[in-house]
Design a protein around this ligand. Structure first.
Ligand code: HEM
Length: 157
């Protein structure tokens, strides 16, 4: 059994936390009716940072808060994506002898592109219920994979 490096446990824990916050922000976006407040994808009103052009916010039928929630959900999801890549690479480097850590992190990484595509389809297909529901389902699977990675990494330290 390999000794878990302190840093890896912390990276895995941080990735879990950020992914959880992405999910909460997604639920908030949905709850305030902001799912289509960025009507295009991957950009938002044809730009990466709509807040740099105040006329976009003024002319939108959505409030600044709604646009911010959807935009922040996408942005934080990108950060979570980078962290998931790092967590998976880290698992293979530091946990060569702990298959559950390696493979649960890898499963999260495999689900990630699917989740990004589903997120895009959520917007381009006008919040079709089956797509929104699948987006939520895959999010839960990713969180479960990361929770497994994190818990086992902590327990094996
Ligand atoms: C790590 C990646 C992601 C995770 C874990 C995630 C998770 C979630 C969750 C849990 C919800 C709430 C679902 C609900 O309440 O039914 C949500 C909503 C949403 N997500 Fe994501 N998401 C991710 C990436 C993306 C991306 C890249 C987009 C790109 C556009 C996106 C677009 C949306 C939209 C538009 C909603 C609101 C749907 C609605 O109004 O009902 N998501 N997301």
């Amino acid at each position: 059994m390999s000794k878990t490096p302190v840093r890896y446990r912390h990276i895995a824990g941080f990735t879990l936390l950020v992914t959880y916050i992405v999910m909460l922000l997604g639920a908030y976006t949905s709850a305030i009716g902001a799912g289509l407040s960025c009507p295009d994808w991957p950009t938002c009103y044809g730009t990466w940072v709509p807040f740099l052009q105040p006329e976009i916010i003024t002319n939108s039928p959505y409030s600044a808060l709604q646009i911010f929630a959807e935009w922040a959900h996408r942005g934080l999801a990108m950060t979570a994506g980078v962290l998931i890549v790092g967590t998976t690479v880290g698992a293979w480097v530091t946990h060569r002898n702990t298959p559950i850590v390696k493979w649960s992190a890898t499963a999260a990484l495999v689900l990630l592109p699917l989740q990004v595509i589903l997120g895009g389809l959520t917007v381009t297909e006008d919040l079709q219920p089956i797509i929104v529901t699948t987006h939520l389902g895959v999010a839960i699977l990713i969180l479960l994979c990361l929770l497994t990675t994190c818990l086992v990494a902590y327990l094996r330290r």
